[in-house]
Design a protein around this ligand. Structure first.
Ligand code: SF4
Length: 525
């Protein structure tokens, strides 16, 4: 098979691009089909825009197609090719589609570096937004403006633009992604209630259990309903941890705790696990032989030879195969005491937007009285590359009169630390998944309103870690809101050309992380 080109995630080979095979395990033929799928989606969007004839089926195909190409989601070449064929057929059914080649748009190192950088940034951001739109759709929520932008954005990716026009599109997209995150927030809280603080054990109780990973709360709810009264316990993994805060999910007594640490440790932590594991979204790594027969996928997540659970025509998923396997494996014979990476035996979550805003008065009083001197939002994705212990050390070194808000899975670097408390609050407040960055933005805006200043004038610093494409859409949203002085690590995206990085530094005062000591000194003075 021909070589590939992919540079969409932080672990890309040599920091420049995967060209023989993906560091993530993606093979060249899968990468090629993902590029073909992307071009078919651009063709569909271009033709739909030209004919002013966007329909829901076309948008749904674009959303699923974009989500399919996110890092650690789909490794199944045949399934990706099938989806590309469906997109092509849809375009040909209604529109006269144009034919585009990946190497002319983004998949070649010989293209103009700055244009390829800006085009890729928009494409990767849209991949992230597609994941959020997909989860909202699972709960029956969609938004006409967001849908229309999936068509507009993909059509624009197929066109030529000046640097300024690309930057304008990126900022417009950031605003639309905020709307999409708000949609998902409304979908999740509407279905399962506003998250409330919860202490989550890391111990796995004896007896049969299932581990569920990823972001899709609707999948978790279906699994909980089907495990009610079966004697099979359910444990979250990775980005599913914040589920423990939602009243309609935590009311299922068999939702017991969280299994393991960060996603990138799964090949070690799942080895020999006496239970099945369900992946609802990224981050799936190629499974090892020691547990591959216990891994199930659903939605757009797929890996050759793993059992895939499809929804029926009504959206219902039958998890009876997992429940039967959980019973036959039997789980651990005795309670298994697992810990976080710092040795903690429990973690807390559930400090969602509403909980924090409900306590805004006390928080504002604490700031005015000097009990809280600074807020840090330490959020984003975790990853395997060295250098990410920066975030553990950063949080450890934050002064005791500061609060650390966190979202997404980077929190597994420090969420089992006992960092103390300020008044009734722990110093580390887990606000949820990466999409709950929406809630963090709402809190920042509320604080700015209370102190009668802009977000950039607040005693608030954003220290972000990135790995995959959802981090890209969240970053573009923050920039579109005019938020400056964001610290990003562990390294600059390979798809930022020098020119693009310089523009972001000049326009938004973005900083690449250095050391916890130096960055804290720069922030706190
Ligand atoms: Fe490489 Fe990341 Fe692309 Fe995988 S997703 S092929 S690791 S750049």
């Amino acid at each position: 098979m021909e070589n590939m080109f992919c540079f969409q995630c932080e672990q890309t080979a040599r920091g420049t691009g995967c060209t023989a095979a993906g560091v993530c395990g993606k093979k060249a033929d899968t990468a090629h089909e993902q590029d073909v799928l992307t071009c078919e989606m651009i063709s569909l969007a271009t033709a739909a825009q030209k004919n002013n004839a966007t329909d829901e089926r076309a948008v749904d195909l674009i959303v699923d197609g974009l989500f399919t190409t996110i890092t650690n989601v789909n490794f199944d070449t045949a399934k990706v090719a099938k989806l590309a064929a469906e997109v092509k057929a849809e375009a040909e059914k209604y529109y006269s589609a144009v034919v585009l080649k990946p190497e002319d748009l983004f998949a070649s190192e010989s293209l103009n570096k700055d244009i390829r950088s800006l085009r890729s940034t928009l494409l990767f951001g849209m991949r992230g937004m597609a994941a959020y739109a997909h989860h909202a759709r699972a709960l029956g929520k969609r938004d006409a403006d967001v849908d229309a932008w999936f068509v507009k954005g993909m059509a624009e990716i197929g066109k030529e633009h000046s640097v300024d026009e690309w930057l304008g599109l990126l900022m417009e997209f950031g605003g639309v992604n905020l709307k999409c995150m708000a949609l998902l927030d409304a979908a999740n809280t509407g279905a399962y209630g506003n998250p409330v603080p919860a202490q989550v054990p890391l111990t796995i109780e004896k007896g049969p259990f299932i581990v569920i990973s990823g972001h899709d709360l609707h999948d978790l709810k279906m699994l909980l309903e089907q495990t009610d009264g079966t004697g099979v316990n359910v444990y979250t993994h990775g980005e599913m941890l914040p589920a423990h805060g939602y009243p309609e999910l935590k009311k299922h007594a068999q939702l017991k705790g969280n299994f393991g640490t960060a996603w990138q440790n799964q090949q070690k932590e799942f080895e020999g696990i006496p239970a099945p594991v369900l992946f609802t979204t990224n981050c799936l790594m190629p499974p090892k032989a020691g547990y591959a027969d216990r891994v199930y996928t659903t939605a757009v997540v797929q890996y050759p030879e793993l059992t895939h659970i499809e929804a029926d025509a009504n959206g219902h998923k039958d998890f009876s195969a997992l429940i039967a396997q959980a019973k036959s494996l039997g789980g651990y014979a005795e309670d298994k005491n697992l810990t976080g990476i710092n040795g903690g035996t429990t973690v807390t979550t559930g400090y969602g937007r509403q909980t924090v805003l409900d306590n805004a008065g006390a928080i504002i009083d604490a700031v005015k009285a000097g009990a809280i001197k600074h807020f840090f939002l330490v959020g984003g994705c975790d990853g395997a590359k060295p250098g990410r212990n920066y975030y553990t050390e950063f949080v450890k070194q934050t002064p005791k009169d500061t609060v650390v808000l966190t979202v997404a899975c980077g929190k597994f670097r420090f969420n089992d630390l006992d960092a103390g408390a300020i008044g009734p609050f722990p110093r580390i407040l887990d606000m949820g998944q990466c999409n709950d960055s929406y809630g963090a933005v709402q809190v920042a805006l509320a604080l700015a309103g209370a102190f009668n200043c802009g977000v950039n004038e607040l005693p608030l610093s954003l220290v972000l870690s990135w790995y995959e494409q959802k981090a890209v859409c969240v970053l573009l949203t923050l920039l579109s809101l005019g938020i400056k002085n964001i610290y990003i690590g562990p390294s600059a995206p390979a798809f930022f050309s020098d020119t693009v990085l310089n523009v972001l530094v000049e326009k938004f005062s973005i900083h690449l992380i250095t050391t916890p000591e130096e960055d804290l000194k720069a922030i706190l003075g």
